[in-house]
Design a protein around this ligand. Structure first.
Ligand SMILES: Nc1ncnc2c1ncn2[C@@H]1O[C@H](COP(=O)(O)OP(=O)(O)O)[C@@H](O)[C@H]1O
Ligand SMILES: [Mg+2]
Length: 334
């Protein structure tokens, strides 16, 4: 029997006692959707998530993040490969795996006919809590997530941020080992997003491992101990945000948006020779200048680009965004 990490009765266990166990182990995972068009949504993903980690899957829309989470949480079957949660194979033993898993899907799945309290209570009952246990756990969660005053409210009466908090409370009600959050801040205003980030960071204290997906690089950067960058169903890089930036994205990118691109290649060639310029790439309607920062470079660039009808200039400081651009040649937002 594997230890049920994250359970309160085990909260006193020393961390080193459990650190040898991998919480999420994804091996050679693929998913092909057969239909009118054959879509390879996940194309050979390998990754492991360690106990207590906040792990981010970062990638643009269509990268395969939701599909990966759906397989890991037993909602979708893989085409090949495997996922183990706390050592339990999700295809062979889905019911057992589900006890270790909490899920917050991208869209609100609260039961609209139940109050907030009842949403929590019936979730606990579903996972085998007695009436008294379910009542106690629901009250505890309402207090923990500052929802006590809204216990009798219905989901339709809540703001997006509050509904998201209820979803997180419900997802951890049965004390799962790992919580999966799919695009947790999609549709949230900045203030609710910050509150959600705090709630997720608070889960760390309870020893809950978190796997989240996002296409916001700031979110992956702010929350994750480690990030896997995914695109077209493949993992391009994995590591701490710091490590990824050091390895792939230590450069500042200056984006010069241009009206005329006919002579852009020759200007790019000329710019590549300037001191401080590491590389210059042609993108859709712009030149991307990769630099480690050189005194006076911006003025030089503006002069060099003005014959091409310089429309706009933007600077990306080293971030997971610049890492993504360097890995794929594309913008996360494109
Ligand atoms: N049920 C499905 N049937 C067919 N194609 C799908 C289905 N779900 C997702 N896809 C496709 O698989 C790819 C990955 O989608 P998804 O996992 O939702 O990516 P993400 O969550 O990173 O945006 C996309 O091309 C998407 O259109
Ligand atoms: Mg998705």
């Amino acid at each position: 029997m594997l230890p049920r990490l994250g359970y309160s009765e085990e909260a006193d266990l020393p961390r080193s006692g459990v650190s040898c166990i991998v919480i999420v182990e994804i091996h050679a995972l693929t998913k092909i959707y057969e239909g009118k068009q054959r879509v390879t949504a996940v194309d050979g993903i390998d990754l492991s998530v360690n106990p207590g980690e906040i792990f981010g899957l970062l990638g643009p829309n269509g990268a395969g993040k939701t599909t990966t989470i759906s397989i890991a949480t037993t909602r979708t079957l893989p085409t090949s490969g495997s996922v183990r949660i706390a050592g339990v194979d999700v295809v062979a033993h889905p019911a057992e795996a589900r006890r270790y898993i909490g899920v917050v899907p991208q869209y609100n799945t609260l039961d609209r006919s139940l109050t907030i309290y009842e949403n929590l209570y019936f979730h606990c009952r579903y996972f085998g809590f007695t009436h008294a246990q379910a009542r106690q756990r629901s009250d505890e969660l309402l207090a923990q997530f500052l929802l006590s005053e809204r216990r009798k409210a219905y989901p339709s009466q809540l703001s997006g941020g509050l509904a998201q908090r209820v979803q997180i409370a419900r997802a951890i009600a049965h004390r799962p080992t790992v919580l999966f959050l799919d695009e947790p801040s999609a549709g949230l205003d900045p203030q609710s997003r910050m509150a959600m980030w705090n709630a997720v960071q608070g889960l760390r204290k309870e020893g809950i491992t978190v796997v989240l997906t996002t296409h916001y690089m700031e979110e992956a950067d702010a929350l994750s101990d480690r990030v896997a960058i995914v695109d077209h169903g493949r993992m391009l890089a994995i590591g701490s945000p710091q490590k990824l930036k050091e390895t792939f994205g230590a450069q500042t990118i200056i984006h010069l948006t241009l009206r005329h691109l006919d002579a852009a290649e020759s200007v790019a060639a000329e710019l590549r020779l300037r001191p401080g310029v590491q590389n210059v790439e042609l993108a859709q309607d712009s030149l991307r200048v990769f630099t480690n920062g050189a005194e006076g470079l911006l003025t030089d660039l503006i002069q060099a680009a003005s014959p091409l009808g310089l429309r706009d200039i933007a600077i990306s400081e080293p971030s997971l965004e610049t890492v993504f651009i360097q890995l794929t040649g594309r913008d996360l937002r494109e």
